[in-house]
Design a protein around this ligand. Structure first.
Ligand SMILES: [Zn+2]
Length: 215
């Protein structure tokens, strides 16, 4: 039963992420099909390993990109604009690093520009790059905020993520309808309750009773 995966095991021992071949990745999928209890050679499953590997190329495309460099190339002068910029409901699809199950949700981003702004599509792209990796929601939220903060150097950054985790809804405790909310507030959004409230109101989250204070 293990025949398909016992080749090239040594590659996984190197400290840097090992590149595996497409054939090795497809062999691993075959093994998982067998592990699930099915026959990878039956007609309906024969092309599944290659389809899954192609799907992985989309789901985990974020490893190829460096969001910092990407954002750096795209800022523009603000022309004196000094109000909070909010982009809400940026849909994302990610995968949890514990079960490799989908995490699906929305990210809301706010920042108070100092002298640079980025286009809406760049913010959406930033979310995408971090989402298309194995993630935990807290880390993804923090990574988006930190990247914006470091590249744009604004007066503050606010990121709120709401998502459902299929590892929670389809297995384990089977809690459907539960979404997790994580936030990272930096600069004025952390230090000034009014600015934070302005952002939370803009994205339709009531601040009272929650502690959106930096983490
Ligand atoms: Zn999980």
């Amino acid at each position: 039963m293990d025949k398909a995966v016992n080749s090239k095991r040594s590659a996984a021992k190197s400290p840097a992420p090992a590149r595996v071949t497409r054939e090795e990745a497809e062999a691993a999928v075959r093994t998982l099909i067998q592990w699930a209890g099915d026959d990878p050679d039956r007609e309906g499953l024969r092309s599944t390993p290659s389809r899954v590997v192609r799907a992985y190329e989309e789901w985990f495309a974020g490893y190829k990109d460096h969001p910092r460099d990407y954002l750096k190339r795209t800022f523009e002068e603000t022309g004196g604009y000094d109000e909070v910029v909010v982009l809400r409901d940026i849909r994302f699809e990610s995968h949890c690093e514990h079960h490799m199950a989908p995490i699906i949700g929305r990210v809301h981003i706010g920042y108070l520009p100092r002298n640079r702004v980025v286009g809406i599509s760049k913010l959406a792209r930033l979310v995408e790059v971090y989402a298309k990796r194995l993630q935990i929601q807290e880390k993804m939220t923090a990574e988006i905020a930190t990247c914006l903060d470091e590249v744009l150097k604004p007066h503050g950054v606010a990121v709120v993520t709401e998502a459902t985790h299929q590892c929670m809804t389809t297995r384990g405790i089977h809690k459907t309808g539960v979404s997790m909310v994580t936030s990272r507030m930096l600069g004025v959004f952390r230090d000034h309750a009014e600015t934070r409230q302005e952002f939370l109101a803009a994205i339709g989250i009531r601040g009272g009773g929650h502690s959106y204070n930096g983490g």
